[in-house]
Design a protein around this ligand. Structure first.
Ligand code: GRF
Length: 208
């Protein structure tokens, strides 16, 4: 059975593009059934439309009924937060528990939590003198960035890095990590721990 994935995003949507590229093949075990955004003018919605993916601009992103109707209407099995910058209603988090994942641009549990998004994350990594950063995919719970970690991939922090150069290096790895997470979930039938190599299709079984 093909897993139907709903992606929620607020901005440019490069993670959506990477995911759509990876899933856009006949034998793919997952497909993107819906892109949701809290911003009607978000570039990610245009990107989705150009690819023929149904979109839904949330009229009230704090309304769990609107979320539920959009997700059920799309027949979603899995919800992916890919640069979604608003709070997901607690009722929605609860009813999708174990079936909603997020990508964060650092190695959680470090450099996550309320207010840690965008360039602030990379500023914090540099300010802490970390020698590596990376990306993390985790289950979504009511606490920001605290749900079970499903997969991570490090990248080095290099001398002379700025938040921008570090963000670009992390983003490259995000574009591989998120498809790996979704493919592993689709093969297992639920969100599971995974390794990044699974995006290439070499590992049909989820890692323990
Ligand atoms: C990514 O760095 C993601 O980890 C973060 O927001 C950014 C979204 O980028 N939460 P994009 O919209 O997918 O290009």
């Amino acid at each position: 059975m093909v897993m139907r994935v709903a992606v929620a995003a607020s901005g440019r949507g490069s993670n959506l593009a990477a995911l759509a590229d990876q899933l856009d093949r006949p034998e793919s075990p997952a497909r993107i059934a819906l892109v949701l955004s809290n911003r009607p003018d978000a570039p990610v919605l245009d990107l989705a439309r150009r690819r023929g993916i149904p979109v839904h601009a949330l009229r009230d992103c704090s309304d769990p009924t609107e979320w539920e109707e959009a997700l059920r209407g799309a027949g979603a099995d899995l919800v992916v937060l890919a640069g979604y910058l608003k709070k997901v209603p607690p009722e929605t988090v609860s009813s999708w528990r174990g079936r909603m994942i997020n990508i964060h641009p650092a190695l959680l549990p470090r450099h996550g939590g309320p207010g840690m998004y965008g360039t602030r994350v990379h500023q914090a990594v540099l300010a802490a003198g970390e020698v590596q950063s990376g990306a993390t995919v985790h289950l979504v719970t009511e606490e920001y960035d605290r749900g079970q970690i499903l997969g991570q991939q490090p990248v080095p922090v290099l001398p002379g890095d700025t938040p921008e150069t570090l963000a670009a290096r992390v983003l490259e790895i995000e574009h591989r990590l998120l498809p790996a997470a979704v493919l592993a979930a689709a093969r297992a039938g639920r969100a599971v721990p995974f390794r990044i190599e699974e995006a290439a299709g070499h590992s049909p079984v989820p890692s323990p």
